[in-house]
Design a protein around this ligand. Sequence first.
Ligand code: TDO
Length: 191
Amino acid sequence: MLEIRPTAIPEVLELEPRRFSDPRGFFGETFNRDRFREAGITIDWMQDNQSLSREPFTLRGLHFQAPPFAQDKLVRVLKGRVFDVAVDIREGSASFGQWVGRELSAEAFNQLLVPKGFAHGFLTLEADTEVLYKVSAPYSREHDRSIRWDDPAFAIDWPNGGNAPVLSDKDSEAPTLAEAGSPFSIGDLQT
Ligand SMILES: Cc1cn([C@H]2C[C@H](O)[C@@H](COP(=O)(O)OP(=O)(O)O[C@H]3O[C@@H](C)C(=O)[C@@H](O)[C@H]3O)O2)c(=O)[nH]c1=O
């Protein structure tokens, strides 16, 4: 019913709900609390967010909210395709500074679970791409943080084919993680 694929960073998961296809199209449960709990994912989702990015190579990220408004995110694509990235910014983590990237698409019907303590961003690969994601804490403008998408400390291999990404003003002025500092430590997140 729910396929869960591990990634190189064990806390980041790729999920693929089952689809039932018929001549009309398909049906699938994109979130089922009991199935998630059976799989050990007990996150209490709080808010759903949707964004539309008109231009291909629009890049939103890298974002996180500082505690006590840190968010887990469950990301999927309604239309189009993105390259979705989670970067471990938990001080003291064995994978600190490492990133996981997955192509998510309406076609593939896959999702990425990005836990608290990770910065998140995505690059759209098609025009008019719509992304829908659940978050486990409410939005707080005061706790919202942006880190440079091309922070050299992460060396994320964005598939932008040399195109300059379309960025918000906030994201184009974002600091590196070294400049901003991380509010997360692995010890705090494990308790
Ligand atoms: C994220 C968010 C934004 N907003 C408002 C603030 C602002 O006026 C407008 C656009 O916000 P942003 O420019 O931050 O939107 P965006 O750049 O799409 O931000 C999102 O990027 C992805 C990668 C994430 O991981 C999300 O958590 C979020 O940070 O929407 C809310 O009201 N609630 C929210 O939860």
